[in-house]
Design a protein around this ligand. Structure first.
Ligand SMILES: [Fe+2]
Length: 210
């Protein structure tokens, strides 16, 4: 991991500056005008040790997690803000380490995702899953691959927000997990639990029955 701080802020060119002063630049007239980065989802060979690092060293709080019957933590959702997660860690179904599962941008509302799905289909952008709704985070999702092969998620709402300082983490088990992964909107394909970037080819036991 690499931690960045005191980064340089984006400076728009003069003709890109917006009179809406709390916008970093004018709304682009092409592409998807996402409003903000929502979270990143990283694949890990061991979710728990990475979770402990994030919590003990960086002050993240555990919001939801998946604990399999054998006690292995298959995924966790962590945040420092009221978002359900800014960082998610999932067990790499291929046993690899240090891979990206997806980066997620908050775009808009559920109808926005339906409109975008039309655009993606017409433009040949691969839609892996969605629009649908996750149980975990309660957010409306759609997963696409950008041309470089990385999975990008678009959120059609922010999911629920947490303002309770004494929040008790939600535990999803193998018995309840199906509703956690998809609440409605069709199942996630098997590749969702195996594909990450960079691509690796060795095949190891997938995320148990998830
Ligand atoms: Fe996500």
């Amino acid at each position: 991991m690499e931690i960045l701080w005191e980064v340089d802020y984006f400076q728009p060119a003069e003709d890109q500056k917006s009179p809406l002063l709390n916008r970093p630049q004018k709304r682009p007239l092409r592409g998807v005008p996402v409003r903000r980065l929502d979270h990143v989802n990283l694949l890990a060979s061991d979710v728990t040790v990475n979770k402990n690092f994030m919590m003990e060293q960086l002050g993240f709080r555990l919001r939801e997690h998946i604990v399999l019957n054998n006690g292995i933590e298959a995924g966790c959702w962590l945040s420092v803000s009221p978002l359900v997660h800014e960082v998610a860690l999932m067990r790499d179904g291929k046993g690899a380490r240090g891979r990206l599962h997806h980066v997620c941008y908050w775009y808009g509302y559920p109808q926005n995702l339906n409109d975008l799905a039309d655009v993606f289909r017409e433009q040949g952008i691969y839609i892996e899953a969605g629009p649908g709704k996750h149980g975990i985070s309660q957010a409306m999702f759609m997963y696409v691959y950008e041309p470089g092969g990385n999975r990008v998620e678009l959120f059609g709402d922010p999911g629920y927000l947490i303002f309770d300082p004494a929040w008790k983490p939600i535990v999803w088990t193998e018995e309840t997990l199906a509703a956690g992964i998809v609440w409605f909107g069709g199942n996630l394909p098997g590749e969702f639990f195996l594909y990450g970037t960079p691509v690796v080819h060795e095949q190891e036991p997938a995320m148990a029955s998830a």
